[in-house]
Design a protein around this ligand. Structure first.
Ligand code: IYR
Length: 226
């Protein structure tokens, strides 16, 4: 940090839409975000790396505790590494679905229709492993504490999903449990915790989504106004 870093700068970007423009824009945004679906069947059609890079730049603009940006994204396009991830994830999922999850959780997942088989980890062109940094380093390499880490990384993940959707790609937020194998395979340090494995690419021609997944709670149920 230099002295200058403490000096605020005038708000660099400002939008001032009329109320009707605002209504129109947010309604178009709502239509667009309603077209986001979690997809489990992928095409192997390649997605250019520069598209993924810009989506990750978008994720990196997310707000975070003390602006420490406590995230790291590992984008895996290498088929051999994807396969290693698939084998390790399926091993965990087999014990999860084999009973470790417990009856209640397994009953809840029936509606989603998932199982231990994860072919998309081989097929999708990109797997993005998102890591949460419990602690980080400052500009001169000294250890520093991070704040609101799950909140910050969760918001960044939301930005990333939104950016990929904007690019016309589909995603799946996959959370094999436990996910420690990702740190080993991808060589991430102990100070980072695997947060989510995001699968992305084009949907397969015959991709389906669970009917249940499209039932979103109405506004009255998710919001209160005073
Ligand atoms: N991680 C497992 C199980 C799973 C858990 C939840 I909560 C879901 O919404 C979906 C799946 C899997 O990916 O199959």
């Amino acid at each position: 940090m230099s002295e200058l870093d403490y000096e605020p700068i005038p708000l660099p970007d400002r939008f001032d839409f009329s109320e009707s423009e605002m209504r129109d824009r947010v309604s178009r945004y709502l239509d667009k975000i309603r077209k986001r679906h979690s997809v489990r069947e992928y095409s192997d059609r390649p997605v250019p790396r520069d598209v993924i890079e810009n989506c990750l730049r978008a994720a990196g603009t997310a707000p975070s505790g003390a602006n420490h940006q406590p995230w790291h994204f590992v984008a895996v396009g290498d088929p051999a590494i994807k396969h290693q991830i698939r084998l390790a994830a399926e091993k965990e999922e087999q014990s999860f679905y084999g009973g470790k999850a417990g009856d209640q959780w397994l009953a809840d997942l029936k509606k989603v229709g998932t199982d231990a088989d994860k072919p998309y980890l081989d097929i999708a062109p990109w797997l993005i492993a998102i890591f949460a940094q419990r602690r980080g380093v400052d500009e001169v390499g000294a250890q520093r504490k991070n704040y609101y880490v799950p909140e910050s990384v969760g918001i960044a993940t939301g930005f990333l999903i939104n950016a990929l959707h904007e690019a016309g790609l589909v995603t799946l937020t996959h959370t094999p449990k436990p996910m420690n194998f990702l740190s080993e395979i991808l060589g991430r340090p102990e100070s980072e915790r695997p947060f989510i494995l995001l699968i992305t690419g084009y949907p397969a021609d015959d991709a389906v989504v669970p009917r249940y997944a499209k039932q979103k709670k109405p506004l009255e149920e998710i919001a209160t106004f005073f």
